[in-house]
Ligand binder design. Sequence first.
Ligand code: G7W
Length: 278
Amino acid sequence: MASESVKRDWSIRDFEIGKPLGKGKFGRVYLAREAKSKYIVALKVIFKEQIEKYRLQHQLKREMAIQTSLRHPHVLRLYGWFHDAERIFLILEYAHGGELYGELRRSGHLSEKQAATYIASLTHALAYCHEKHVIHRDIKPENLLLDHEGRLKIADFGWSVQSKNKRHTMCGTLDYLAPEMVENKAHDYAVDNWTLGILCYEFLYGVPPFEADSQADTFRRIMKVDLTFPSTPHVSAEAKVLITQLLVKDSAKRLSLENILKHPWIIMNADPNGTFPK
Ligand SMILES: CC(C)n1nc(-c2ccc(NC(=O)/C=C/C(=O)c3ccc(F)c(C(F)(F)F)c3)cc2)c2c(N)ncnc21
């Protein structure tokens, strides 16, 4: 699949469409199989009139170029894409394990081994994206999928940007926004470090740290970095130290991706091959 996927021009006739997997941004996504190789993929259908309505043609082209260029075990592959008169089709890696969010909701919170393994996987994936000058900026549980071995895959780059400098556009849901994004200030790669702190908290406690009844309260809690840790036996002191070192208002003072991977909590708990024993 990898070789011919980028070169040859695909069409809907090359695929047998299976069950709908869900409704994502701008359209549905289906399980599908490439007719010749029987290779299983996820096929995302995006309606052109939606893209035209929001004038997203250029951003979508840029997204497709970014995603087809990214090759990393924890970044969901975009193998290729094609279009017909009214639809654009994305040929995506199929994540058999579905949404990580489902796992978090079912269990309420993750074990420290699971949480540390996912944070390590995310950190590796973000280090790769940053060296390719891609800030993801929209990393939330709904965009994290699992493959058949429970390995994490970052997906849905609906709002990432190819950035060599600071960006000003708002995006994503509130709970995961770093202060500099809430203030609509210029921001850079360090927004992803903040988000890792948010996700680590949410994996361990089941809710994001600055959750509040209103958007205004969430903004206020983010700007104050109003971080409190419910007392619970299943979260170690080291985990709280890591979270505190990521949820730092001054983006230059957040723990770097490199130092996250050297953190005692990660070293002690993360499974090196990203799957951790069930
Ligand atoms: C439902 C279930 C949970 N599900 N969902 C997936 C899935 C994974 C990735 C995607 N990716 C995208 O939709 C990317 C979209 C863009 O990049 C984009 C679209 C329009 C724009 F305007 C733009 C813009 F940039 F122009 F704004 C960007 C979609 C579905 C999935 C899967 N692969 N395997 C198993 N289950 C899976």
